[in-house]
Design a binder for this molecule. Structure first.
Ligand code: SAM
Length: 212
């Protein structure tokens, strides 16, 4: 990713509300990987345009993106899944603190299981945001399909993973397998016969996939 452009985009973002800055600070202190600010700004705009009634998020962390998505469309109901006990509890606390527990339902557990349970309950969503274990993106996407309304949108974060997907030779050894999986996922996304996907090179790379 071009750091110069990203830094420029970051610095021209409008001033954010205090609660947003507080959660960003909390994530920074505890080294929690929340969505890049420029990408988050973009996703909130997509949400303002699309006005989804129901949003499903895979990967809550401490509730930052769920709260930002809800803030972008206050009428939306959000279901979000997190498997890490400490982060789950922190998300619940942040959501309660902002009085959003009626709007944001945090499910504790592995998304691979929880998505099947949502499917069994025949739940449907207008927007699905994939932001969890990158090695499982394709599985998350496949499991999301039965849950997506016909005019729905799937957003996937980190699809350019620090720029290494475009230049895997320079990827540190510890990321090689993950980079390989993301490259495969991007190929999979771009070749879905029923979907149009665009990859936006902001933040860590955001993919938008919608039915043709
Ligand atoms: N969306 C969050 C935000 O921007 O505020 C950040 C999510 S963070 C990048 C990814 C989270 O997904 C981590 O907290 C991790 O514990 C969780 N996660 C990873 N794999 C998961 C899985 N299979 N099921 C549920 N949660 C998972």
């Amino acid at each position: 990713m071009d750091d110069l452009i990203n830094n420029y985009l970051l610095h021209i973002l409008p001033e954010k509300e205090t609660w947003i800055k507080e959660i960003e600070e909390q994530a920074k202190i505890d080294s929690i990987p929340i969505m890049d600010q420029v990408s988050m700004h973009f996703v909130t705009q997509i949400i303002q345009i699309k006005k989804p009634k129901r949003i499903l998020e895979i990967g809550t962390a401490i509730g930052y993106s769920a709260l930002r998505m809800h803030d972008a469309c206050p009428k939306s109901q959000i279901v979000t899944i997190e498997r890490d006990d400490v982060r789950y509890k922190q998300a619940i606390q942040n959501i309660k603190h902002l009085n959003k527990e009626k709007n944001i339902d945090v499910i504790f557990g592995d998304a691979l299981e929880k998505l099947e349970e949502l499917m069994d309950k025949e739940e449907k969503f207008d927007l699905i945001f994939i932001d969890a274990a990158k090695g499982q993106y394709q599985r998350f996407f496949e499991l999301s399909l039965p849950l997506l309304n016909s005019d729905g949108l799937i957003i996937t974060d980190n699809v350019l993973f620090r720029g290494y997907v475009a230049n895997p030779e320079v990827s540190p050894k510890r990321y090689e397998k993950m980079v390989e999986k993301i490259i495969k996922y991007n190929d999979f996304l771009m070749n879905q016969p029923e979907f149009n996907t665009s990859i936006i090179p902001i933040g860590d790379g955001v993919a938008l996939s919608s039915y043709k």
